[in-house]
Ligand binder design. Structure first.
Ligand code: 13P
Ligand code: SF4
Length: 354
Protein backbone atom coordinates (compact mmCIF):
# COMPACT_ATOMS: atom_id res chain seq x y z
CA UNK A 1 0.00 0.00 0.00
CA UNK A 2 1.52 3.33 -1.03
CA UNK A 3 0.08 5.02 2.07
CA UNK A 4 2.86 3.37 4.12
CA UNK A 5 5.75 3.94 1.69
CA UNK A 6 8.54 6.31 2.81
CA UNK A 7 11.09 5.62 0.08
CA UNK A 8 10.97 8.02 -2.89
CA UNK A 9 11.94 5.49 -5.60
CA UNK A 10 9.36 3.01 -4.38
CA UNK A 11 6.68 5.70 -4.19
CA UNK A 12 7.46 7.03 -7.67
CA UNK A 13 7.43 3.52 -9.19
CA UNK A 14 4.12 2.69 -7.49
CA UNK A 15 2.47 5.94 -8.59
CA UNK A 16 3.80 5.60 -12.13
CA UNK A 17 2.45 2.07 -12.45
CA UNK A 18 -1.02 3.30 -11.66
CA UNK A 19 -1.03 6.84 -13.00
CA UNK A 20 1.23 6.91 -16.07
CA UNK A 21 -1.74 7.54 -18.39
CA UNK A 22 -3.44 10.08 -16.13
CA UNK A 23 -0.73 12.29 -14.56
CA UNK A 24 2.28 13.74 -16.47
CA UNK A 25 5.63 12.27 -15.43
CA UNK A 26 7.10 15.57 -14.25
CA UNK A 27 4.16 16.01 -11.87
CA UNK A 28 4.44 12.39 -10.70
CA UNK A 29 8.05 12.86 -9.56
CA UNK A 30 7.22 15.98 -7.60
CA UNK A 31 4.08 14.43 -6.07
CA UNK A 32 5.99 11.26 -5.12
CA UNK A 33 8.41 13.41 -3.07
CA UNK A 34 5.50 15.16 -1.37
CA UNK A 35 3.75 11.84 -0.69
CA UNK A 36 6.84 10.46 1.04
CA UNK A 37 7.11 13.55 3.27
CA UNK A 38 3.43 13.25 4.17
CA UNK A 39 3.71 9.53 4.96
CA UNK A 40 6.71 10.12 7.24
CA UNK A 41 4.92 12.84 9.16
CA UNK A 42 1.70 10.84 9.27
CA UNK A 43 3.59 8.04 11.05
CA UNK A 44 5.34 10.46 13.44
CA UNK A 45 2.03 12.05 14.39
CA UNK A 46 0.10 8.77 14.63
CA UNK A 47 -2.36 10.09 12.04
CA UNK A 48 -4.73 8.46 9.57
CA UNK A 49 -5.53 10.05 6.20
CA UNK A 50 -9.02 9.60 4.75
CA UNK A 51 -9.43 10.47 1.05
CA UNK A 52 -12.76 11.05 -0.67
CA UNK A 53 -13.24 9.57 -4.15
CA UNK A 54 -13.11 13.14 -5.57
CA UNK A 55 -9.48 13.74 -4.60
CA UNK A 56 -7.13 14.50 -7.47
CA UNK A 57 -5.48 11.39 -8.90
CA UNK A 58 -1.95 11.74 -7.43
CA UNK A 59 -3.26 12.38 -3.92
CA UNK A 60 -5.99 9.72 -4.17
CA UNK A 61 -3.51 7.06 -5.27
CA UNK A 62 -0.75 7.71 -2.73
CA UNK A 63 -1.29 9.02 0.81
CA UNK A 64 -4.81 7.99 1.97
CA UNK A 65 -4.99 5.01 4.32
CA UNK A 66 -8.62 4.70 3.30
CA UNK A 67 -10.51 6.03 0.28
CA UNK A 68 -14.25 5.96 -0.25
CA UNK A 69 -17.58 7.73 -0.34
CA UNK A 70 -19.10 9.79 2.48
CA UNK A 71 -20.62 6.78 4.22
CA UNK A 72 -17.50 4.59 4.09
CA UNK A 73 -15.27 7.40 5.33
CA UNK A 74 -17.67 8.22 8.20
CA UNK A 75 -17.35 4.60 9.30
CA UNK A 76 -13.55 4.71 9.09
CA UNK A 77 -13.49 7.97 11.06
CA UNK A 78 -15.65 6.42 13.77
CA UNK A 79 -13.45 3.32 14.03
CA UNK A 80 -9.93 4.76 13.99
CA UNK A 81 -7.69 4.58 17.06
CA UNK A 82 -5.13 7.05 15.62
CA UNK A 83 -4.61 10.39 17.41
CA UNK A 84 -5.17 12.57 14.34
CA UNK A 85 -7.62 12.23 11.43
CA UNK A 86 -6.60 14.20 8.33
CA UNK A 87 -9.68 14.45 6.14
CA UNK A 88 -8.93 14.97 2.46
CA UNK A 89 -12.47 15.98 1.61
CA UNK A 90 -14.72 18.94 2.38
CA UNK A 91 -15.69 20.57 5.68
CA UNK A 92 -18.95 18.74 6.30
CA UNK A 93 -17.02 15.45 6.03
CA UNK A 94 -14.43 16.64 8.56
CA UNK A 95 -17.27 17.65 10.87
CA UNK A 96 -18.88 14.20 10.54
CA UNK A 97 -15.54 12.64 11.57
CA UNK A 98 -15.40 14.92 14.64
CA UNK A 99 -19.06 14.19 15.49
CA UNK A 100 -18.39 10.44 15.48
CA UNK A 101 -14.95 10.42 17.10
CA UNK A 102 -14.75 13.55 19.29
CA UNK A 103 -11.61 12.65 21.24
CA UNK A 104 -9.52 12.74 18.03
CA UNK A 105 -7.98 15.80 16.45
CA UNK A 106 -9.57 16.26 13.01
CA UNK A 107 -7.64 18.31 10.44
CA UNK A 108 -8.95 19.60 7.11
CA UNK A 109 -6.07 20.69 4.81
CA UNK A 110 -8.02 23.70 3.46
CA UNK A 111 -10.27 26.23 5.17
CA UNK A 112 -12.03 26.91 1.86
CA UNK A 113 -13.45 23.43 1.26
CA UNK A 114 -17.17 24.18 1.50
CA UNK A 115 -20.06 22.65 -0.45
CA UNK A 116 -22.96 24.36 -2.21
CA UNK A 117 -25.43 21.91 -0.66
CA UNK A 118 -24.15 22.46 2.88
CA UNK A 119 -24.32 26.24 2.32
CA UNK A 120 -27.90 26.03 1.05
CA UNK A 121 -29.58 25.51 4.43
CA UNK A 122 -29.13 26.74 8.01
CA UNK A 123 -30.25 25.37 11.37
CA UNK A 124 -32.76 28.28 11.51
CA UNK A 125 -34.24 27.11 8.19
CA UNK A 126 -34.72 23.61 9.61
CA UNK A 127 -36.30 24.96 12.80
CA UNK A 128 -38.71 27.03 10.67
CA UNK A 129 -39.65 23.96 8.61
CA UNK A 130 -40.22 21.93 11.78
CA UNK A 131 -42.52 24.68 13.09
CA UNK A 132 -44.41 24.66 9.79
CA UNK A 133 -44.66 20.84 9.66
CA UNK A 134 -44.82 19.77 13.31
CA UNK A 135 -44.09 16.11 14.01
CA UNK A 136 -42.80 15.40 10.48
CA UNK A 137 -39.52 13.43 10.65
CA UNK A 138 -36.48 15.27 9.29
CA UNK A 139 -33.98 13.42 7.08
CA UNK A 140 -30.88 15.40 6.17
CA UNK A 141 -28.26 14.55 3.62
CA UNK A 142 -24.79 14.32 5.19
CA UNK A 143 -23.77 17.22 2.92
CA UNK A 144 -24.85 19.64 5.66
CA UNK A 145 -23.10 21.31 8.59
CA UNK A 146 -23.23 19.94 12.13
CA UNK A 147 -25.86 22.42 13.41
CA UNK A 148 -28.25 21.34 10.63
CA UNK A 149 -27.62 17.66 11.42
CA UNK A 150 -28.36 18.48 15.07
CA UNK A 151 -31.89 19.57 14.08
CA UNK A 152 -32.49 16.29 12.22
CA UNK A 153 -33.91 12.92 13.18
CA UNK A 154 -31.67 10.94 10.87
CA UNK A 155 -29.02 11.57 8.21
CA UNK A 156 -28.49 9.81 4.90
CA UNK A 157 -25.87 9.65 2.17
CA UNK A 158 -26.30 9.16 -1.56
CA UNK A 159 -25.67 5.43 -0.98
CA UNK A 160 -28.38 4.81 1.61
CA UNK A 161 -30.97 7.57 1.10
CA UNK A 162 -33.65 5.19 -0.20
CA UNK A 163 -33.09 2.73 2.65
CA UNK A 164 -33.23 5.55 5.23
CA UNK A 165 -36.45 7.00 3.76
CA UNK A 166 -38.05 3.55 3.64
CA UNK A 167 -37.11 2.93 7.28
CA UNK A 168 -39.24 5.83 8.46
CA UNK A 169 -42.78 5.05 9.52
CA UNK A 170 -44.41 8.28 8.47
CA UNK A 171 -46.40 9.21 5.38
CA UNK A 172 -44.69 12.58 5.20
CA UNK A 173 -40.94 13.22 5.46
CA UNK A 174 -38.86 16.37 5.32
CA UNK A 175 -35.87 15.55 3.11
CA UNK A 176 -33.20 18.28 3.14
CA UNK A 177 -31.48 20.07 1.46
CA UNK A 178 -30.83 18.50 -1.98
CA UNK A 179 -33.74 19.13 -4.33
CA UNK A 180 -32.45 16.64 -6.88
CA UNK A 181 -31.57 13.83 -4.47
CA UNK A 182 -35.05 14.28 -2.95
CA UNK A 183 -36.58 14.10 -6.44
CA UNK A 184 -34.63 10.95 -7.24
CA UNK A 185 -35.67 9.27 -4.00
CA UNK A 186 -39.30 10.31 -4.57
CA UNK A 187 -39.12 8.71 -7.98
CA UNK A 188 -37.56 5.49 -6.62
CA UNK A 189 -40.01 5.17 -3.74
CA UNK A 190 -43.07 6.31 -5.68
CA UNK A 191 -43.72 9.22 -3.31
CA UNK A 192 -44.93 12.63 -4.37
CA UNK A 193 -42.64 15.57 -3.71
CA UNK A 194 -43.44 19.16 -2.77
CA UNK A 195 -41.28 22.18 -2.10
CA UNK A 196 -42.60 24.62 0.52
CA UNK A 197 -40.43 27.36 -0.95
CA UNK A 198 -42.47 26.92 -4.13
CA UNK A 199 -45.89 27.62 -2.59
CA UNK A 200 -46.39 23.94 -1.74
CA UNK A 201 -47.08 23.12 -5.40
CA UNK A 202 -46.27 19.55 -6.47
CA UNK A 203 -43.47 19.50 -9.04
CA UNK A 204 -44.04 18.30 -12.62
CA UNK A 205 -42.04 15.18 -11.70
CA UNK A 206 -44.45 14.23 -8.91
CA UNK A 207 -47.46 14.80 -11.11
CA UNK A 208 -46.11 13.44 -14.33
CA UNK A 209 -44.26 10.20 -13.80
CA UNK A 210 -47.40 8.18 -13.24
CA UNK A 211 -45.90 6.32 -10.29
CA UNK A 212 -47.32 8.30 -7.45
CA UNK A 213 -47.37 6.02 -4.44
CA UNK A 214 -47.90 6.36 -0.73
CA UNK A 215 -46.56 9.38 1.06
CA UNK A 216 -45.03 12.76 0.49
CA UNK A 217 -41.49 14.07 0.58
CA UNK A 218 -41.15 17.74 1.50
CA UNK A 219 -37.96 18.98 -0.12
CA UNK A 220 -35.69 22.03 -0.04
CA UNK A 221 -34.13 23.74 -3.04
CA UNK A 222 -30.41 23.17 -2.43
CA UNK A 223 -28.33 21.90 -5.33
CA UNK A 224 -24.86 20.61 -5.95
CA UNK A 225 -23.20 23.23 -8.14
CA UNK A 226 -21.31 20.47 -9.97
CA UNK A 227 -24.02 17.89 -10.64
CA UNK A 228 -26.69 20.42 -11.61
CA UNK A 229 -24.61 21.19 -14.72
CA UNK A 230 -25.24 17.84 -16.40
CA UNK A 231 -28.19 17.80 -18.81
CA UNK A 232 -30.31 15.25 -20.67
CA UNK A 233 -28.95 16.83 -23.83
CA UNK A 234 -25.39 15.84 -22.82
CA UNK A 235 -26.63 12.27 -22.56
CA UNK A 236 -28.41 12.40 -25.93
CA UNK A 237 -25.30 13.80 -27.63
CA UNK A 238 -23.08 11.06 -26.20
CA UNK A 239 -25.54 8.25 -26.95
CA UNK A 240 -25.87 9.47 -30.55
CA UNK A 241 -22.12 9.02 -30.99
CA UNK A 242 -21.67 5.94 -28.79
CA UNK A 243 -24.94 3.94 -28.84
CA UNK A 244 -23.64 1.24 -26.44
CA UNK A 245 -22.13 3.59 -23.88
CA UNK A 246 -23.02 2.86 -20.24
CA UNK A 247 -23.94 6.08 -18.46
CA UNK A 248 -23.66 6.47 -14.69
CA UNK A 249 -25.03 9.53 -12.88
CA UNK A 250 -24.60 10.53 -9.24
CA UNK A 251 -27.99 10.99 -7.51
CA UNK A 252 -27.19 14.70 -7.02
CA UNK A 253 -27.90 15.03 -10.78
CA UNK A 254 -31.44 16.07 -11.74
CA UNK A 255 -34.11 13.34 -11.80
CA UNK A 256 -34.35 13.80 -15.57
CA UNK A 257 -30.61 13.13 -15.99
CA UNK A 258 -30.75 10.14 -13.62
CA UNK A 259 -33.77 8.73 -15.49
CA UNK A 260 -31.89 9.03 -18.79
CA UNK A 261 -28.83 7.24 -17.36
CA UNK A 262 -28.24 3.51 -16.89
CA UNK A 263 -27.15 3.51 -13.24
CA UNK A 264 -27.16 5.91 -10.30
CA UNK A 265 -25.64 5.48 -6.84
CA UNK A 266 -22.95 6.78 -4.48
CA UNK A 267 -19.44 7.50 -5.76
CA UNK A 268 -18.05 4.17 -4.51
CA UNK A 269 -20.99 2.20 -5.90
CA UNK A 270 -20.38 3.80 -9.32
CA UNK A 271 -16.68 2.90 -9.16
CA UNK A 272 -17.62 -0.73 -8.39
CA UNK A 273 -20.20 -0.77 -11.15
CA UNK A 274 -17.57 0.17 -13.75
CA UNK A 275 -15.23 -2.49 -12.36
CA UNK A 276 -17.87 -5.20 -12.42
CA UNK A 277 -19.46 -4.56 -15.83
CA UNK A 278 -18.20 -4.85 -19.36
CA UNK A 279 -19.35 -2.04 -21.63
CA UNK A 280 -17.57 -0.70 -24.72
CA UNK A 281 -17.49 2.81 -23.19
CA UNK A 282 -18.44 4.47 -19.91
CA UNK A 283 -19.55 8.00 -19.12
CA UNK A 284 -19.66 8.92 -15.44
CA UNK A 285 -21.68 12.05 -14.75
CA UNK A 286 -19.96 13.28 -11.62
CA UNK A 287 -16.98 15.31 -10.43
CA UNK A 288 -14.10 15.05 -12.91
CA UNK A 289 -11.30 13.78 -10.67
CA UNK A 290 -13.31 10.66 -10.03
CA UNK A 291 -13.21 10.04 -13.79
CA UNK A 292 -9.39 10.13 -13.58
CA UNK A 293 -9.42 7.76 -10.61
CA UNK A 294 -11.68 5.27 -12.36
CA UNK A 295 -9.58 5.50 -15.53
CA UNK A 296 -6.40 4.85 -13.51
CA UNK A 297 -7.90 1.78 -11.82
CA UNK A 298 -9.37 0.39 -15.05
CA UNK A 299 -6.80 0.90 -17.82
CA UNK A 300 -8.58 -1.67 -20.00
CA UNK A 301 -11.87 0.29 -20.03
CA UNK A 302 -12.72 3.23 -22.25
CA UNK A 303 -13.86 6.22 -20.22
CA UNK A 304 -15.50 9.05 -22.13
CA UNK A 305 -14.44 12.32 -20.55
CA UNK A 306 -17.12 14.66 -21.91
CA UNK A 307 -18.59 17.54 -19.90
CA UNK A 308 -16.85 16.65 -16.65
CA UNK A 309 -16.84 19.32 -13.96
CA UNK A 310 -14.34 19.75 -11.10
CA UNK A 311 -15.78 20.54 -7.66
CA UNK A 312 -14.14 23.86 -6.67
CA UNK A 313 -14.28 22.84 -2.99
CA UNK A 314 -12.70 19.42 -3.35
CA UNK A 315 -10.13 21.11 -5.59
CA UNK A 316 -8.80 23.16 -2.66
CA UNK A 317 -7.43 19.97 -1.05
CA UNK A 318 -3.88 19.57 -2.31
CA UNK A 319 -0.93 17.42 -1.28
CA UNK A 320 1.00 20.59 -0.41
CA UNK A 321 -1.71 21.67 2.01
CA UNK A 322 -2.04 18.15 3.42
CA UNK A 323 1.66 18.29 4.31
CA UNK A 324 1.16 21.73 5.90
CA UNK A 325 -1.89 20.43 7.77
CA UNK A 326 0.30 17.82 9.46
CA UNK A 327 3.21 20.24 10.00
CA UNK A 328 1.19 23.14 11.35
CA UNK A 329 -1.76 21.27 12.87
CA UNK A 330 -4.29 23.00 10.65
CA UNK A 331 -7.20 23.48 10.08
CA UNK A 332 -8.66 22.00 13.26
CA UNK A 333 -12.33 21.02 13.00
CA UNK A 334 -14.32 21.85 16.13
CA UNK A 335 -17.98 21.13 16.80
CA UNK A 336 -19.58 22.60 19.97
CA UNK A 337 -20.46 19.71 22.32
CA UNK A 338 -24.21 20.45 22.59
CA UNK A 339 -24.49 20.42 18.77
CA UNK A 340 -22.19 17.42 18.40
CA UNK A 341 -24.24 15.22 20.71
CA UNK A 342 -27.49 15.95 18.84
CA UNK A 343 -25.84 15.57 15.43
CA UNK A 344 -24.23 12.30 16.51
CA UNK A 345 -27.65 10.81 17.23
CA UNK A 346 -28.80 11.52 13.66
CA UNK A 347 -25.57 10.24 12.07
CA UNK A 348 -25.45 7.09 14.22
CA UNK A 349 -29.06 6.25 13.37
CA UNK A 350 -28.08 6.37 9.72
CA UNK A 351 -25.00 4.18 10.25
CA UNK A 352 -27.12 1.58 12.05
CA UNK A 353 -29.41 1.38 9.01
CA UNK A 354 -26.41 0.81 6.74
P1 13P B 1 -20.77 10.32 -2.03
O1 13P B 1 -21.33 10.11 -0.66
O2 13P B 1 -21.50 9.54 -3.07
O3 13P B 1 -19.31 10.06 -2.02
O4 13P B 1 -21.02 11.83 -2.46
C1 13P B 1 -20.48 12.93 -1.80
C2 13P B 1 -20.55 14.16 -2.59
O5 13P B 1 -20.25 15.23 -2.13
C3 13P B 1 -21.00 14.04 -3.96
O6 13P B 1 -20.97 15.28 -4.58
FE1 SF4 C 1 -20.69 19.61 -2.49
FE2 SF4 C 1 -21.21 19.11 -5.05
FE3 SF4 C 1 -18.71 19.49 -4.29
FE4 SF4 C 1 -20.02 17.24 -3.58
S1 SF4 C 1 -19.44 17.88 -5.66
S2 SF4 C 1 -18.74 18.52 -2.24
S3 SF4 C 1 -22.07 18.06 -3.29
S4 SF4 C 1 -20.36 21.03 -4.21
Amino acid sequence: MLSQVTNIDEMYAGMKERLAKVVPDVELRYKAELAVEINKLKKERNAVILGHNYMEAALFNSIPDFVGDSLELSRKAAQTDKDVIVFCGVKFMGETAKILNPSKKVLLPSNKAGCSLAESITADDVRALKAKFPGVPVVTYVNTYADVKAESDICCTSGNAKKVVESIESDTILFLPDEYLAGNIARETGKRIIFPTRSLAPTPLAQGDGRRGEGTIIGWTGRCEVHEKFTVNDIKTVRAQFPDVLILAHPECSPEVVAASDYSNSTTAMIRYVQETNAPQYLVLTECSMGDNIAAANPDKEMLRLCMVRCPHMNTITMEDTLEALRQDRYIIEVPEDIRVRAERAVKRMIEIG
